[in-house]
Design a protein around this ligand. Structure first.
Ligand SMILES: O=C(O)C1=C[C@@H](OP(=O)(O)O)[C@@H](O)[C@H](O)C1
Ligand SMILES: C=C(OP(=O)(O)O)C(=O)O
Length: 446
């Protein structure tokens, strides 16, 4: 019996479990929830959002928008009604001076910085101490090109930030794409907020590699649902022709979280299965849906429908190690690192340098914790190589540190399909999945 993780629990002891089987209804996607909340706030009209994720990251977006004077009403459970402020340009929120605490939510901090830089108010944006170590300089540099008045209140290049009213002009914006795609997401979401100027089209050019591209596809797809169509050439040059504005789609449903799905799918593969997740499938917008393909490469049995995915152990019985470029699935790739403990051979996850600037330095943290299970781990600047212990005998009773990183806690719960372990600070899962351990307990069998 696994006890649910309460916010203040110091640790959670997970007994060894033999198998995982069952059906999990996924919580709403974090990336979609926060994008839709912001788009609904900026749109003309009322948006009824269904299946919004309830978690710390979405609470930060809800709080921030309400502090800015946006009317948001919780109708029932995960259903919300947002009264958009769209209409006049330049953009003005009802509250033009505020201190906003944005936690450690990248999907709140980066897009809100871009939008508020154009909003003609005085705003101070801060977050957790870790958020103040996560870079934002590339986004601030890009916004300064259009005249935004942004000051670093701490270290240059990092939050907290002070934003002041400024004369914003339309000009071609250049942004670096190799640290976080959230900078480009923020700029794209802000494009319809430029006051139209005859003959000028707001446009963005990305320099350097564009990482985590599926999140840009998600941004563009959701902007489309709010009536704004971004043109792009080769994922380098993005433009918004014709003075388009956001307008509410009326009602919008948040599909299940594909990154959260990865833990259950992996449990199905490591623990005989099948485990079915409901809420994502063929029709999904999220890039992390492709995690299932990585499991297939390892030999897993995967079945998919429009709104579900099911995962089971390989027919041969053995999971194969893989060598994979994971740039397109940066969050779900962490789950692969723990699945690698159960595979035959050495698994290499490549092109994941962005792990270093997320909730923690995930490359260092993952390497350190995997070694506690007896794995041989090589931590490169942008890759991780994991070789399980000989004969697959994982070290029992490891005490896993989670570094205030929800994904560290969720990933390592999978190790209980081999050995008993302790997870420190399990409550950190509230960032995206408050009842994760209850859902995990419901599918595992002793
Ligand atoms: O835009 C988004 O919703 C996200 C983009 C990704 O970040 P990076 O672009 O920094 O890789 C991802 O890791 C994060 O959890 C959510
Ligand atoms: C990187 C993550 O979050 P954020 O939106 O804060 O970047 C994550 O959820 O794994």
């Amino acid at each position: 019996m696994i006890l649910p993780a309460k916010h203040d629990m110091k640790f959670l002891d997970l007994p060894v479990v033999k198998s995982a089987e069952g059906v999990v209804r996924l919580p709403g996607s974090k990336s979609i929830s926060n994008r839709i909340l912001l788009l609904a706030a900026l749109a003309n009209g009322v948006t009824h959002i269904r299946n919004l994720l309830a978690s710390d990251d979405t609470a930060r977006m809800l709080d921030a928008l309400q502090t800015l004077g946006v009317t948001i009403v919780q109708i029932d459970g995960s259903d919300y009604r947002v009264q958009g402020i769209g209409g006049q340009l330049p953009l003005r929120f009802p509250v033009n001076e505020a201190d906003l605490f944005l936690g450690n939510a990248g999907t709140v901090f980066r897009p809100l910085t871009a939008v508020l830089a154009l909003a003609q108010g005085r705003y101070r944006l801060s977050g957790t101490s870790r958020m103040h170590e996560r870079p934002i300089g590339d986004l601030v540099d890009a916004l300064r090109q259009v005249g935004a008045d942004i000051t670093y209140l701490g270290e240059e290049g990092f939050p907290p930030l002070q934003i002041q009213p400024a004369r914003i002009r339309i000009s071609a914006i250049t942004v670096k794409g190799d640290v976080s795609s959230q900078f480009l997401t923020g700029l794209l979401m802000a494009l319809p907020l430029f006051v139209p100027v005859e003959g000028e089209t707001p446009a963005i050019t990305v320099t350097g590699e564009l990482i985590s591209r599926p999140y840009i596809e998600l941004t563009i797809a959701l902007m489309g649902r709010f009536g704004v169509h971004v043109e792009h050439e080769g994922w380098r040059h993005f433009a918004l022709p014709g003075g388009q504005r956001y307008c509410s789609p009326g009602e919008i449903f948040v599909e299940g979280d594909a990154s959260s799905a990865s833990y259950f799918l992996a449990a199905g593969v490591v623990g005989t299965g099948p485990v079915r997740v409901e809420g994502i499938g063929h029709g999904s917008l999220q890039g992390d849906i492709r995690f299932a393909e990585a499991l297939e490469k390892m030999g897993a049995c995967i079945r998919r429908g429009y709104d579900w995915i099911e995962a089971g152990a390989p027919e041969s019985g053995d999971l194969r190690a893989i060598d994979l470029d994971c740039n397109h699935i940066p969050d779900a790739a962490m789950t692969l690192a723990v699945v690698a403990l159960f595979a035959k051979g050495t698994t290499t996850l490549r092109n994941i340098a962005s792990w270093r600037v997320k909730e923690t330095d995930r490359l260092a943290a993952m390497a350190r914790e995997l070694r506690k299970f007896g794995a041989v781990v090589e931590e490169g600047p942008d890759f991780l190589r994991v070789t399980p212990p000989p004969d697959g005998n994982l070290a029992a009773h490891a005490i896993v540190d989670t570094y205030d990183d929800h994904r560290m806690a969720m990933c390592f719960s999978l190790a209980s399909l081999g050995v008993p372990l302790r997870i420190n600070d399990p409550g950190c899962v509230t960032k995206t999945f408050p009842d994760y351990f209850e859902k995990f307990a419901a599918i595992v069998r002793a």
